[in-house]
Design a protein around this ligand. Structure first.
Ligand code: PEP
Ligand code: MN
Length: 483
């Protein structure tokens, strides 16, 4: 029998998505080059290992059940150029620092996932755009074409380049973490100089003081030497948009959770120690499973989550934990259909619902989505994650794409409040951020205005929170939990 991950995957195969309707699919002009790139990718080793994927799945089970918090963040469109020591380090440090604030605030372990090492494909509202009055193909992310106008043609060889950049990025993430970049006894630069509001400043300083004292204390008693604190996990993720790439990175591999059943002639043999819950039996049965070995976590975007579409078909068959973007255009009834397709075994944490409505719509739309899930057989089995970025994009009078820090925080605050009212658990946040001092979102304690955006606007897609804004958001979330 084909070793499929999900019980109903009778006709599933890594390429079964090809017979389904698909959105955002590139039409490569050079089929021979596409064939060559796919074969090359199939030959190359996995970027991530099934054991790591399983470890993340177990963490996400804890998140679904309310025992942990998920912090996911990174660029909107990661460029091959970001595969560089400084950019990688600043993002790792920012995610680590934010997670410390969240651990302090939410009093829970924090799982970190970077939108890194593979976030190279972008869905676009139109395949063409006007540049200087001329119609040109849109930039679809470095894995598909280049931003430069003379590189807009789709080039399948970019998938191979994406693989190498992804591998090099993750290689450096692993090396940096293993060598102590996340060393908790190194003083962290909390740089609160920009915070002008005295009440906010006092609040943040209190948190920083507490964290600094705690880290010093742990160092004194040697607690930071325990293997739990010496190294930090950082998982990787990207939108699973380009199925040519995702299929080529799919491998049938040993299931680390599989426990061979003891022969019936030896009743004293140790019994298989399944983790708690009947829903594990399914994932522990297959000796081999299909894994997408390009990242630990993949999500299906708002534009490609059609229940009968190619993306849902592909992702239902791989054992990685999955995200699905949920927005104003998602009918509540679709949520259950999606969960039944992607997680028929009802494994807690297998699916993360990433909600993104916009600050002014979350209150009217989120409650029905929560009820559809929490009143069904999926109660406490999904991770609810808030993406306060994608429903809050606007253009300035001068036509610059931006987001207000105030709107981002407002959506997050409303989302937290609605989950509290509905008795569900908001398990995480999904943010577009960078460790650099960019000026892409307005507001925050620096008080960036529309006119400041041109100072250092470097995003090739959506506007990201800069380091100060991202950290401030972490403080505000922490504050919510401590209130
Ligand atoms: C994104 O996360 O960059 C994105 C395109 O989001 P969404 O699918 O929610 O629009
Ligand atoms: Mn984006």
């Amino acid at each position: 029998m084909a070793a499929s991950n999900q019980a109903t995957a009778d006709t599933w195969a890594p390429d079964s998505w090809r017979s389904k309707p698909i959105k955002q699919c590139p039409e490569y002009p050079d089929k021979k080059a596409l064939q060559k790139a796919s074969s090359e990718l199939k030959r190359l080793p996995p970027i991530v290992h099934p054991r790591e994927i399983v470890r993340l799945r177990q963490h996400l089970r804890d998140v679904a059940q309310g025992d942990a918090f998920l912090l996911q963040g990174g660029d909107c469109a990661e460029l091959f150029d970001y595969c560089e020591q400084g950019a990688i380090e600043s993002k790792i440090k920012l995610l680590l620092q934010m997670s410390l604030v969240l651990i302090w605030g939410a009093n829970r372990k924090v799982i970190r996932i970077g939108r890194m090492a593979g976030q190279y494909a972008k869905p676009r509202s139109s395949p063409f755009e006007k540049v200087d009055g001329k119609e040109v193909p849109s930039f679809r992310g470095d894995i598909l074409n280049g931003f430069a106008l003379d590189e807009r043609e789709l080039d399948p060889n970019r998938m191979v380049r994406a693989y190498h950049h992804s591998a090099a990025t993750l290689n450096y993430i692993r090396a940096a973490l293993a060598s102590g970049i996340a060393d908790l006894h190194r003083p962290l630069d909390w740089g609160l100089g920009h915070v002008r509001d005295p009440t906010l400043k006092a609040k943040y300083s209190e948190a920083v003081q507490f964290l600094t004292d705690m880290l010093r204390f742990m160092h004194t008693i040697g607690a930071d030497k325990s293997d739990k604190l010496d190294t930090v996990d950082l998982f990787t993720s990207h939108e699973g948009l380009l199925l040519e790439y995702e299929q080529s990175m799919t491998r049938l591999l040993d299931n680390p959770l599989h426990v061979p059943t003891a022969p019936s002639s030896s009743p004293s043999a140790p019994v298989a120690t399944a983790a708690e819950g009947d829903d594990d039996s399914h994932t522990q049965q297959s000796p081999k499973m299909y894994y997408n070995t390009s990242a630990h976590f993949l999500w299906i975007g708002d534009r490609t989550r059609q229940i009968d579409g190619a993306h849902v078909e592909y992702f239902r068959g791989v054992a990685n934990p999955l995200g699905v973007k949920v927005g104003p255009t998602t009918p509540a009834a679709d949520l259950l259909a999606l969960l039944r397709a992607l997680n028929p075994a009802r494994e807690p944490g297998r699916v993360t619902l990433i909600t993104r409505y916009g600050a002014d719509r979350v209150r009217s739309l989120l409650p029905a989505h929560i009820r559809a899930v929490e009143d069904s057989e999926y109660r406490r089995r999904v991770v609810w994650q808030c993406d306060p970025m994608h429903g809050n994009t606007r253009s300035t009078a001068g036509g610059v794409k931006t987001r207000r820090f105030g709107d981002i925080f407002a959506e997050l605050r409303e989302t937290l409040a609605v989950h509290r009212e509905q008795g569900s658990y908001l398990g995480g946040v999904h943010l577009e951020l960078t460790g650099d001092a960019v000026t892409e979102c307005t507001g925050g304690s620096e008080g960036l205005a529309d006119d400041d955006l041109s100072t250092n606007y470097t995003s090739f897609c959506d506007p990201r929170l800069n380091e100060k804004q991202a950290l401030e958001l972490a403080f505000l979330i922490a504050d919510h939990y401590r209130a």
